[in-house]
Design a protein around this ligand. Structure first.
Ligand SMILES: [Zn+2]
Length: 189
């Protein structure tokens, strides 16, 4: 049977491009939005538009923010001696969720000279310990060595989250307890 619901199908296709959404869920969601709760659907559309329009990267850490500085970087109560290096802005949300870390973050989006310089400036503002919360992998071992090398002029402790985190598993897929333990049991590098 051939559907001729062109616009509905386009909605299904768009939803299906989202992470964790398969075709069945996409169809269910689209049906719900269009047929069951069109007001709710408009609210979602509006929320997406608003979020897209106001979200940007924190000028300091590269995390998600709606202002020049994110709520973490602008919070004077946070520990300004600890800096946690993560791979992407979403990892900050994951670590914040477990509430065990009260330092600041740096999103290491690439290894360009400008990124390293930015990191160095941040570290030189009184950081005493740099914690690498990167997905354990051989490639990231090399990243850690490189960063350590680039920051060798600054007097710092370097640690990494404990090896309890399985190799190749990204932070968002680690259960909270393991992540909390990995942060607490961090080891010197
Ligand atoms: Zn920030």
């Amino acid at each position: 049977m051939k559907h001729s619901l062109e616009k509905f199908n386009r909605l299904v296709d768009s939803l299906q491009e989202l992470p964790t959404i398969g075709q069945k869920s996409a169809t269910r969601l689209a049906y719900h939005m269009v047929m069951t709760d069109s007001f709710g659907a408009l609210k979602i559309a509006h929320a997406i538009e608003n979020a897209l329009g106001s979200l940007r990267k924190c000028h300091s850490c590269g995390g998600m923010s709606e202002d020049e500085l994110c709520y973490i970087c602008s919070n004077e109560m946070r520990n300004h001696q600890l800096l946690c290096i993560v791979e992407n802005a979403k990892d900050i949300l994951t670590i914040e969720d477990n509430g065990l870390f009260d330092g600041r973050y740096f999103v290491l989006k690439d290894l360009k000279e400008s990124t390293i310089t930015h990191l160095k400036n941040m570290v030189e503002s009184g950081i005493e310990e740099v914690i690498f919360a990167l997905t354990p992998s051989i490639a990231n071992d090399a990243v850690i060595l490189l960063i350590e090398d680039k920051l060798q002029d600054v007097s710092l402790d370097f640690t990494r989250i404990a090896q309890g985190v399985p190799t190749g598993v990204s932070l968002e897929n680690i259960d909270m307890l393991s992540l909390a333990r990995a942060l607490e049991d961090r080891v010197k590098v």
